[in-house]
Design a protein around this ligand. Structure first.
Ligand code: TRP
Ligand code: SF4
Length: 329
């Protein structure tokens, strides 16, 4: 039986962190077993918010590519590429922009909330408003059936479905309606106990060295009422405990009891977590060091991925133009 096609993208906005890993990438790696996977680095999307200073773009794209390969995205099974290597995405984005009513874009909840959230940047641009139109083009150009995304991306997916229906009704039904593949994953908390996010500066990059990792974990937020080792603690609400729940399933019950009973102190509890995390990340770091030493291999993988993606995207674009009545197709 033919495998279903899925597609997902990630913005190159600095090194990927544990939140990205647990929240999305571990799932991508698993999906490779059962689906025809297309994964890409959404560099054009990154430009919608980071357009003034692009001096880090090249480095960020390489970093994300290495991160993706290190966590286990397998270029033999999955098509891994850079969005801007496929001008087909941009062309379909332009075509979709012709049929997308402005109110559809203005009412996307992420539009207003992002403008509020990201201070100090002028997001009153055409490109930023059109962010979800580009995302629709990313998805539909591969006729992806499923899109693994987090909850926050659901409004974008809904808009993709609306654009899809509008195109199919206006011209020819060539696009299948994509579905979200929602994954029930824990939201990783950052070092300070809030959601892990680059904008809070509370992340743990997956490429952190064991030393850096151990140091960061020592600074992590715990139960402020637990000062001495034998003070009874409250694991719920403690960031360190939240990590034990994700990464140390075998011991988590025991830690909970010990914490509450004052049998374990926060320093020891953090040390144990550091050991577990360092071990979990070791194979990733090993692969990373191989790719870092051979950036040409990474670039070759991306070029090859772009070629495989183009074989699909160019056919769809041709169908689109045929359906719309362009002269040269
Ligand atoms: N908007 C997505 C995010 O920020 C990234 C993205 C761009 C994407 N194009 C996509 C995700 C297409 C899924 C499908 O996470
Ligand atoms: Fe958190 Fe561990 Fe300290 Fe309990 S002992 S408060 S779980 S760090």
């Amino acid at each position: 039986m033919k495998k279903k096609r899925i597609l997902s993208g990630i913005q190159p906005s600095g090194k990927l962190h544990l939140g990205n890993w647990v929240g999305a990438l571990q799932n991508w790696v698993k999906l490779q077993d059962d689906y025809d996977c297309f994964f890409f680095i959404a560099d054009l999307h990154a430009l919608t918010t980071t357009y003034e200073d692009t001096s880090n773009l090249k480095k960020d794209i390489r970093d994300v590519a290495i991160d993706l390969l290190s966590v286990g995205i397998d270029p033999k099974r999955s098509t891994l590429f850079i969005q801007s290597d496929l001008p087909e995405h941009s062309e379909l984005h332009l075509i979709f922009s012709m049929i997308t009513p402005l109110p559809w874009l203005e009412r996307v909840p992420t539009y207003k909330s992002k403008i509020e959230e990201i201070k100090g940047k002028d997001l009153g641009t055409y490109g930023f408003l059109g962010y979800p139109v580009l995302q629709a083009a990313d998805i539909l150009i591969y006729k992806a059936e499923c899109v693994p995304v987090g909850q926050d991306q659901l409004p974008h997916l809904e808009l993709t479905r609306e654009i899809c229906r509008r195109f199919n009704n206006l011209y020819k039904p060539i696009f299948p309606e994509p579905n979200a593949l929602l994954t029930q994953v824990p939201v990783m908390v950052g070092l300070d106990g809030r959601k892990m996010s680059k904008s809070y500066g509370n992340t743990i990059p997956i490429s952190d060295s064991p030393d850096a990792l151990a140091k960061k974990i020592q600074t992590m937020f715990t139960d402020p009422k637990k000062v001495k080792k034998d003070d009874p603690g409250h694991p719920d609400g403690c960031a360190v405990f939240a990590y034990h729940e994700v990464f140390n399933k075998a011991e988590v019950k025991n830690i909970k009891e010990q914490c509450k009973a004052g049998g374990i102190g926060c320093v020891a509890c953090k040390k144990q977590l550091a050991e577990i995390l360092i071990a979990a990340l070791a194979p990733i770091h090993e692969r990373r060091s191989v790719f870092e030493k051979d950036i040409h291999q990474v670039e070759k993988i991306l070029i090859d991925g772009a070629e495989r993606a183009r074989a699909v995207a160019s056919v769809t674009l041709k169908e689109v133009k045929e359906a719309m009545g362009f002269l040269w197709v």
